[in-house]
Design a binder for this molecule. Structure first.
Ligand SMILES: [Zn+2]
Length: 245
């Protein structure tokens, strides 16, 4: 089973088209929500396609959330397969006190409900996010499409959390370096579609099947076959979404 562990399916121009192509390619996806309406849209799509494997509910940190959205997203997250996308803003603006409070609330919910947390926290926010997860006692998490220094990556790995890379690992030396710092048991692949990727992927809407490109490069880094990597990836996903009691 091959899985794109992060695809914003409700944001695709033609979601059903993307899902049909994923089904044909034998790839399923984890679909994180951006906000309450996004979560509802993903659940509707899940009714129409088996390609959506798990749906997580969150509030994307790069946007300034409304208080009513915070409340509703927390309610959705309490019953979803997992929690996310949540985290700390980095690209659009620096985090403020409210961002920390909202993220802390989702971390505490993940710890209380024992659900996996899909985290958006890159560069200088990664260490701050890790500290919040540790304080809340979050047991399972993914630092999605991480960009961080060695020290922070080592700390995330020591805590047992996962890290994901996209097909940009095929040409970005930084991402390849990251893979070398992470054990295969904690490495996931994703596209972060439908948001555009760079390099040879520029100008096209990402498809979940593109994770195969990332898997090929990652498998080579670990000195294993692509098939063996996908088996390991599947075990990692099961630990994440179906923990042993
Ligand atoms: Zn995302």
């Amino acid at each position: 089973m091959r899985t794109d562990t992060h695809y914003h399916i409700d944001q695709a121009q033609q979601p059903l088209n993307v899902l049909r192509r994923a089904e044909q390619a034998g790839v399923r996806l984890v679909a994180p929500s951006l906000h309450p309406a996004s979560y509802r849209a993903i659940l509707r799509l899940q009714q129409q396609s088996r390609a959506i494997r798990w749906v997580t509910a969150g509030l994307h940190p790069e946007h300034q959330p409304r208080q009513t959205d915070v409340r509703e997203a927390l309610q959705q997250a309490a019953v979803a397969d997992g929690i996310g996308e949540v985290g700390l803003p980095c690209y659009n603006r620096p985090p403020n006190m409210r961002d920390y409070a909202v993220f802390r609330a989702f971390c505490e919910l993940a710890a209380a409900t024992d659900k996996p947390l899909i985290v958006h926290a890159v560069r200088q926010q990664a260490a701050a996010a890790l500290a919040l997860l540790q304080q809340a006692g979050v047991r399972r998490a993914v630092f999605h499409w991480l960009k961080a220094d060695r020290e922070t990556v080592d700390a995330i790995v020591r805590q047992g959390y996962c890290i994901s890379v996209t097909p940009e690992v095929t040409f970005m030396e930084r991402d390849r370096q990251l893979v070398q710092w992470v054990p295969v048991q904690q490495l996931l692949v994703e596209t972060d579609g439908p948001y555009p990727l760079r390099g040879p992927y520029a100008g096209r809407e990402p498809q979940p099947a593109w994770v195969e490109d990332a898997a090929r490069v990652v498998a080579t880094e670990y000195g294993m076959s692509v098939h063996a990597f996908w088996l390991e990836h599947e075990r990692t996903l099961h630990r994440l979404f179906h923990p042993q009691p």
